[in-house]
Design a protein. Structure first.
Length: 313
């Protein structure tokens, strides 16, 4: 997430939530499209967006501070992931609490921050149930969303029939670095959000407990799995990003090379989570593969959906 300008930060506070979001929404459109707030209990509502028809339902889980709209963005002239997946099956995405939508706050009710992957799993489970979106699901996670979908699949194994992991954040990254390196890595993951948090305290933040939660979770059962890994190195990019103010100034200029080496080990480890997985390493992309190479992600999702439909492992 790029560092916002002071104007951007003020807009996060000044602009209210869009009044047109209805609390009680129905699957009224002919194509099953739905976008609005869903009461998940406990006095909270979350924003959910779904479209398309068919089974299994694909659930798209974005990275840190990524709203549902993240899946409808493409950096190329090719179509984005959300609308394309809706052409061959049902697909849903949500706003986790504290995920800004452009210059506006999250459409979901705020919660105390920081949160953990376990919190996100509980929210997704309540949301899908309240919205009447039936499983089992194909879960698709990008970055931090990968921790969430893996923990969901371990927590509710009968509700998950397949996984797609897109350059995901994992405990393997932490394990591949020294404690001193990990302290720096955390700054790269979170970014410098002090000014943002001062003006928008509900901004999504995470803690290392999420890694312990996934370590303690039961192993994944044997389901179709595709892992996509970025192949554009961080090493050469970090100095210019520090100079441009996109990364904290105290990040060592050569730390991108540490990240690259650790992430390579972490991604290889992810590719061994289940037998007969598919690992795509030639992606011609940086971290946001779903935006830089959306067709790769669409094809991976279709492959897993078809494997589930045919009963193949």
């Amino acid at each position: 997430m790029k560092r916002p300008s002071r104007l951007d930060l003020l807009l996060l506070v000044v602009f209210p939530l869009v009044d047109s979001l209805s609390v009680a929404v129905a699957h009224a459109a002919e194509d099953g499209s739905f976008a609005g707030l869903v009461d998940i209990g406990g006095g909270r509502k979350m924003y959910l967006k779904c479209s398309g028809r068919g089974s299994p339902t694909v659930v798209l889980v974005g990275g840190l501070r990524a709203s549902a709209d993240d899946w409808s963005i493409s950096n190329k002239s090719t179509p984005a992931v959300f609308p394309e997946v809706a052409k061959f099956t049902r697909v849903c995405a949500c706003d986790r609490p504290g995920t800004p939508v452009g210059e506006k706050p999250s459409r979901s009710d705020p919660v105390p921050q920081p949160t953990t992957a376990k919190d996100a799993v509980a929210d997704w489970h309540a949301l899908l149930s309240a919205a009447g979106e039936a499983g089992p699901y194909v879960l698709v996670g990008h970055s931090y969303g990968g921790l969430i979908v893996r923990l969901y699949a371990s927590t509710y194994p009968k509700q998950v029939s397949g996984l797609v992991l897109i350059d995901v954040l994992s405990e393997g990254l932490q394990d591949a670095e020294t404690p001193e390196q990990w302290a720096i890595q955390r700054k790269l993951i979170e970014g410098d959000v002090r000014e943002s948090v001062a003006l928008y305290p509900a901004l999504e933040r995470i803690v290392d407990r999420s890694f312990n939660q996934i370590r303690a979770a039961p192993p994944l059962r044997s389901i179709p799995l595709v892992v996509l890994s970025a192949d554009r190195p961080w090493g050469p990019q970090v100095p210019s990003m520090i100079a441009a103010g996109k990364l904290p100034a105290d990040i060592p200029p050569d730390f991108g090379y540490v990240t690259d080496a650790a992430q390579k080990k972490a991604q290889e480890r992810l590719a061994k989570l289940v037998p007969n997985e598919k690992h795509i390493t030639n992606t011609n992309s940086g971290h946001e593969i779903h935006k830089e190479q959306p067709q790769l992600v669409i094809d991976a999702i279709r492959e897993v959906v078809e494997a589930v439909r045919s009963g193949k492992r």
